[in-house]
Design a protein around this ligand. Structure first.
Ligand code: SF4
Ligand code: SF4
Length: 356
């Protein structure tokens, strides 16, 4: 790649590449468009403390770095990314630079923006944590189940590929089979499940002690075990077609995770190279190696992706993660492994399927 192609000055490119021998490509970048959120999830603190938005100029300034790092996919997240008034302009700018766009949204305003979102995003993932109004309200803090379902339907009707993501926890795990049914009814392309994170104090912008009673109890474990067995038997076709993103074996890791939080056995083994192929930039422009592990602060002036990834602190952080020295990894609910031989990051269903 020539200096002209990257848009970087010769000195800066040489310096950056010199220091990033272990990270020359970054197929996936997550941008938090805002810290603000219109949901009120009990597991999250963004909606309590979040203020900052990422602006269009900051995203424009990132383009040379995304090009230099051969980024293929940008995931727009937050907070609730659709609260950023510049989201359509940001998405248009990124799409115009041949980047695949993936939106992660609560879906609260998706009905209103369905047509535009369907035009701009390759995949839209909607978090849906209940299969009825009461469960949704208990977890997300809002009576908005119908509104979110309306958003999913509107986006699929507008031609978008919509996937549903469910965070399993005590209040909703009994609805496991109903989530699959609901995702079909809404016209979703896929449904995926992960365990609520109860072990990582940094996730979801938590600044206070995380004490919400969301993990499963000992009495819940055999119930979940039975639900998983029934799902494997009754939804064999959905596993086969990968309408359910995870394999039955991977879903059983959720059971193992909750059991481990209760002292019943080990946490499921983690295989993750997320920091080798992706990075997260928050709404203030700070870069982290993944969602759960905060990056160094103050080493690079944000937003400056390439430099932030190339600092000695960041390289050390990635080395520690590779070496299994970070406690967050041992209890991670969202580890990801991607074949380094893949040419570009893929998104949506294909992305999920590649995870172990
Ligand atoms: S978990 Fe997501 S949707 Fe819920 S309040 Fe936090 S940022 Fe918003
Ligand atoms: S296992 Fe989890 S905490 Fe560790 S690097 Fe991967 S995503 Fe981050």
């Amino acid at each position: 790649m020539t200096v002209a192609a990257t848009g970087l000055s010769g000195a800066r490119l040489a310096s950056a590449l010199n220091h990033s021998a272990a990270l020359e490509r970054l197929p996936l970048v997550t941008l938090y468009l805002t810290e603000r959120c219109n949901s009120r999830c009990v597991t999250c603190d963004y909606w309590r403390h979040g203020r900052a938005d990422m602006n269009l100029d900051a995203v424009r300034a990132l383009l040379p770095d995304l090009s230099a790092l051969e980024t293929g996919t940008v995931l727009l997240s937050g907070g609730e990314p659709l609260l950023n008034p510049e989201w359509p302009l940001i998405a248009e700018l990124l799409a115009a630079h041949d980047l695949r766009l993936w939106l992660l949204t609560s879906g609260l305003s998706l009905a209103k923006h369905a047509r535009r979102a369907a035009d701009l995003f390759d995949t839209i993932t909607v978090s849906l944590d209940g299969t009825d109004r009461d469960t949704y309200a208990a977890i997300r803090g809002l009576d908005a189940f119908d509104k979110v379902c309306e958003g999913v339907r509107a986006a699929t009707d507008a031609g978008a590929e919509v996937t549903v993501r469910v965070t399993l926890q005590r209040a909703n795990y009994r609805q496991l089979p109903k989530f699959v049914e609901l995702a079909h009814q809404l016209g979703a392309a896929q449904v995926s499940f992960l365990a609520v994170d109860v072990a990582n104090p940094h996730a979801f912008g938590r600044t206070d002690d995380f004490a919400a009673d969301v993990a499963l109890s000992l009495e819940d474990l055999p119930v979940l075990e039975q639900l998983l067995s029934c799902l494997e038997r009754d939804c064999a076709g959905d596993f086969q077609s990968m309408f359910v993103a995870e394999s039955p074996q991977k879903l059983r890791r959720i059971h193992q995770y909750f059991a481990a939080t209760l002292g019943e056995g080990q946490f499921p083994p983690v295989r993750c190279n997320a920091p080798e192929f992706s990075a997260v930039m928050d709404a203030k422009g700070y870069v982290s190696p993944c969602f759960f592990i905060p990056g160094p602060r103050g080493a690079a002036t944000p937003p400056d992706l390439l430099s932030a990834l190339s600092t000695e602190q960041m390289k050390g952080l990635r080395a520690d993660i590779r070496a299994g020295k970070r406690a967050e990894c041992a209890r991670c609910v969202c580890s990801m492994w991607r074949d380094p031989a893949d040419e570009r990051g893929s998104i949506g269903p294909r992305w999920r399927r590649s995870a172990p």
